[in-house]
Design a protein around this ligand. Structure first.
Ligand code: NAD
Length: 407
C-alpha cells in the first residue's frame, strides 16, 4: 500500500520536523493498520513515532469492516487541517466530497476521480471553500521531468510528434489487494498506472489530449476476479502528436528492480528533430549482494523513495515521491499561515487567490490544472470496455457532450 511505501513516512518526517501534529490513519478494517504500525522499515526510520488507528487493531476483529468510520474521524478534526486520501480509485470521489464538506485541505493520490464531471464538481467545492487539493502525480517531482518541461517550454525540443511509454508492474502484484478492486468493472492497467505518463506528456508539453483508445486483455487474478491486466493505450494530442502507453502486471518477479518503466518522446523543430528519453526503472545503479533475503542481483531505483541515514535519529525520506507529497503538504500549510489573522471573508478571498496562482503555475497537479487526466481516464474506460475503439474528447468546460464515438 502506498500509505506504507510513501505517504506515512513523509508525513512522519514532517511531524519530526515539527510541522505536523497528531496523525490518524483510517482503513476499512484493522488488519492493514496493524501491519502499518508494526512495519520494521517505518519503525527503523521513525522510532518513537506512532499514529492513531481507526479502527483500533488492539480492540476490534482484524477483518471486521468499518466503511463509514472515516467520517467520524473527519468530524473530530478541526477545520482546515489536511487529509491524505489513499483509498481505492473508485472510492476517491465519495471520500473527497466528505472531506471538503468538513473544510479540510487534501493530498489525494492519483487518479483524483474517475470522471470529468466529478473532477469539475470537486474543483468547484474546493474553490468555494478556499481549500487546496494537490493530486500526487509524483513523477512531476522527478527532476528529469522538471528539466524536460523547462526546455520543452523554451522551445528547445520542437513539437512533440510520437512517443512511447511503458510501466509494467511486477507479477506478484496479482497476489495483492489489487485483485479485490482493480477489476474490469472498476479500473484497468492504463487507468491505474498509464495515467502517470499521460500526465507527464501534458506536464512537459502543455498539450491537451483529444482522443483515446485502449485495448485491454482480460486476465484472471489468483482469487478468480478478472481485470484488464494488460493494456495498450493510444492518446492523440491537440497538435496531432501520438503517445502509445503500455501497462501490465507483467514484470518478472525474478528480474532486477521493482518494475519496467520509461518514456521516449520524438519531437520536431524546424529542420531538426528532438528527443527526450528517460529510463525510469534502471537508474544506473547495480547491486550484487553476497547475502540477501530477496534478489541477489538488483538494480535499485534511488530516485523514487528511499529512507536514508543522513545522521540524526532514524532515517530520512528522499526522492521525488517524498518531495511531491512534502510539497503538497507544505503548500497547504503556506496557504494557512499566509492567511492567518485575516477576517473570515478576507481570508477566503486570499486563499482563493493563492489557489489560482498554484493552478496557473501548474507544478502541483490540481483539479483545475489536471482534469484532462479525468477526461482521458473516462474515455479510456469507455474504450477498453468496447474492445479498444477510439473515443474523442470534446473540449469545453460547459456541460454537454464530453465524448464522441463513431461506433
Ligand atoms: N504510483 C502511484 O501514484 C500510486 C501507487 C500506488 C497506489 N496509488 C493509488 O493509491 C490508492 C490506494 O492504492 P493502494 O495500492 O495503496 O491500495 P490498497 O488496497 O493497498 O490500500 C487501500 C486502502 O484503502 C482502505 N479503504 C478502503 N475502503 C475504505 C473506507 N471505506 N474507509 C477507509 N479506508 C478504506 C483499505 O483498508 C486499504 O488500506 C489508489 O487510488 C491507487 O491508484 C498510487
Amino acid at each position: 500500500m502506498i500509505t506504507h511505501d510513501q505517504l506515512l513516512p513523509t508525513v512522519y518526517h514532517l511531524q519530526r520536523e515539527g510541522l505536523v501534529g497528531d496523525i490518524s490513519v483510517c482503513a476499512l478494517n484493522a488488519r492493514p493498520l496493524k501491519e502499518l504500525a508494526s512495519s520494521r522499515m517505518i519503525k527503523q526510520a521513525f522510532p518513537n513515532q506512532t499514529f492513531r488507528a481507526f479502527p483500533d487493531f488492539r480492540k476490534v476483529p482484524l477483518d471486521e469492516k468499518h466503511p463509514d468510520l472515516y467520517k467520524d474521524v473527519l468530524d473530530a478534526m478541526p477545520p482546515r487541517n489536511l487529509v491524505v486520501v489513499a483509498v481505492p480509485d473508485q472510492l476517491h470521489y465519495g471520500v473527497l466530497t466528505e472531506v471538503l464538506r468538513r473544510d479540510q485541505h487534501i493530498c489525494c493520490v492519483k487518479p483524483l476521480v474517475l470522471s470529468y464531471e466529478q473532477a469539475l464538481e470537486v474543483e468547484k467545492a474546493a474553490r468555494d471553500r478556499g481549500l487546496f487539493i494537490g493530486v500526487d502525480y509524483h513523477k512531476r517531482f522527478d527532476d528529469r521531468n522538471l528539466l524536460a518541461r523547462q526546455r520543452y517550454r523554451a522551445g528547445e525540443f520542437g513539437d512533440f510528434r510520437l512517443g512511447q511509454a511503458r510501466l509494467m508492474e511486477p507479477w506478484y502484484y496479482r497476489q495483492s489487494n489489487f485483485q479485490n478492486w482493480c477489476t474490469c468493472e472498476n479500473s484497468d492497467f492504463f487507468t491505474y498506472v498509464g495515467c502517470h505518463y499521460v500526465d507527464l506528456v501534458a506536464f512537459i508539453t502543455g498539450l491537451k489530449p483529444v482522443s483515446v483508445s485502449v485495448y485491454g486483455l482480460v486476465d484472471k487474478y489468483p482469487n478468480g476476479n478478472e481485470g484488464y491486466l494488460w493494456t495498450d493505450g493510444r492518446v492523440i494530442w491537440e497538435n496531432g502528436g501520438c503517445l502509445n502507453v503500455q501497462n501490465a502486471i507483467a514484470y518478472p518477479d525474478e528480474a532486477p528492480g521493482g518494475n519496467s518503466q520509461g518514456m521516449l518522446l520524438w519531437c520536431q523543430g524546424g529542420d531538426r528533430s528532438g528527443v527526450i528519453e528517460h529510463s525510469d526503472a534502471f537508474r544506473g545503479v547495480k547491486h550484487s549482494y553476497a547475502q540477501a533475503s530477496g534478489k541477489l542481483y538488483n538494480e535499485p531505483n534511488p530516485d523514487y523513495f528511499r529512507l536514508v541515514d543522513k545522521g540524526g535519529k532514524g532515517l530520512t525520506p528522499v526522492g521525488y515521491g517524498h518531495r511531491s507529497v512534502e510539497h503538497t503538504l507544505l503548500t497547504a500549510m503556506r496557504i494557512e499561515s499566509e492567511t492567518a489573522g485575516l477576517g473570515a471573508k478576507a481570508a477566503l478571498a486570499a486563499r482563493r487567490r493563492m489557489l489560482e496562482e498554484i493552478d496557473a503555475e501548474g507544478i502541483i497537479a490540481t483539479p483545475a490544472n489536471s482534469s484532462y487526466n479525468e477526461l482521458v481516464v473516462e474515455a479510456a474506460r469507455m474504450s477498453v470496455t468496447h474492445g479498444g475503439r477510439e473515443v474523442t474528447i470534446n473540449w469545453g468546460r460547459k456541460p454537454g457532450v464530453r465524448f464522441r464515438t463513431r461506433w
